[in-house]
Design a binder for this molecule. Structure first.
Ligand code: FAD
Length: 117
């Protein structure tokens, strides 16, 4: 059904934007508590993602490739890699992960002040 496909794609674009922007703003040197928070967030995101087929597949990807929470760089690269796994499954082209820093900016007032990006 075309309407459903359009809604699913819109949801996907919004969700990926939030996910990659969250990872781009994750600390460079996270505390143990921040690492646990990110890991929980990602597993719950996968479990509660409102497209059932997508959620099931993403949960399998998380089992195969557990979240990387040791640093902003590791987490961002992991998110890009996982999105590329989904891209491949859907027959989409591979995104160049070197472009992450340019594409995901949060518009936060403190964006320029934080640890370098
Ligand atoms: P999207 O894949 O939504 O990407 C949006 C933008 O992000 C791109 O235009 C590009 O600028 C950038 N981008 C692309 N690749 C990357 C990357 N690797 N890293 C960082 N940025 C990137 N749809 C289904 O039909 N079946 C599914 O099983 C399915 N599973 C999904 C699972 C999850 C967790 C999510 C969030 C979405 C899922 N979707 C699924 C939706 C699908 O991934 C797309 O969001 C949707 O098809 C729209 O695709 P798009 O071509 O507009 O770009």
């Amino acid at each position: 059904h075309l309407g459903n496909e359009t809604a699913k794609a819109e949801l996907g674009r919004a969700a990926w934007k939030l996910l990659h922007t969250t990872l781009a703003r994750y600390p460079s040197t996270p505390s143990a508590s921040e690492r646990t928070a990110l890991s929980s967030y990602l597993y719950l995101f996968a479990r509660l993602y409102p497209c059932g087929e997508c959620a099931a597949h993403f949960q399998k990807l998380l089992q195969q490739y557990p979240p990387q929470t040791s640093s902003r760089e590791a987490a961002s690269a992991w998110g890009c890699f996982l999105h590329n796994q989904v891209n491949a499954r859907l027959g989409k082209g591979e995104f160049d992960c070197k472009l992450l820093g340019e594409v995901y900016k949060c518009g936060c007032a403190d964006e320029e002040v934080g640890e370098g990006d």
